[in-house]
Design a protein around this ligand. Sequence first.
Ligand code: SAM
Length: 236
Amino acid sequence: MMNIKLKGINNYIYTFYYVLWYTLFGGIMRLKNVKGANDIIIKGTYYVSNPNEYKGNWNKLFKNNNPIHIEIGMGKGDFIIESAKRYHNINFIGIEKYDSVIVRAIQKSNELELNNLKIVRMDAHNLLDIFDKEIDTIYLNFSDPWPKDRHAKRRLTSPVFLSIYDQIFKNTKNIIMKTDNINLFNYSLETLKEANYEIIYQTNNLDCLSDDNIMTEYETRFHEKGIKINKLIAKK
Ligand code: SAM
């Protein structure tokens, strides 16, 4: 694979900016202890406590054969919950590893009446424990950029993750990504192409307010600050 290095003065500016930004928003958001979070999570209406048992059988849990879309790193769940509200013929699974944010998604969704939403607490490294070839689309929204080269494997579009995703897609593989981070965006374009994905859509200036765009929590914050959003759709 092409050795993609994020170098130059821009990288230092971005690194500084992201350390600051993710410390202020991501860091605090994740590290803040939410009292009783675990109890709230396990009682959540849409929470699946035993996802391993549904490997290969998620359609049975949803009681239909509709396509399954997952968001990896859903944070507080704005995007996946709104997606489930809008698109009743698609099954949505939100995946998140941190209690302090997943608990907010649970609280927001508890009172809704949806039969096409599930929430799973796990690290995406373990996706193969819970999914067989049954996923239609993966959303990666504002994934952590991991700007340092030595952390590149942790990026959700690294070859490590792309090879995991390859094993859970049903037919056509669809990855839809949004990020404010141009370095992560360019890195992802390269890794996706290296993995034989075709980039069927890309923009460096997404119209966040268009009717068909569902804004995520981070997207809302970036948009309010006038920061441009990048989006790509990749298929293979
Ligand atoms: N997607 C949300 C949004 O756009 O508002 C949250 C973005 S936040 C920057 C990234 C989220 O991805 C965090 O909540 C983090 O815990 C989650 N995350 C990062 N790596 C993950 C992994 N390997 N497995 C599951 N969640 C992960």
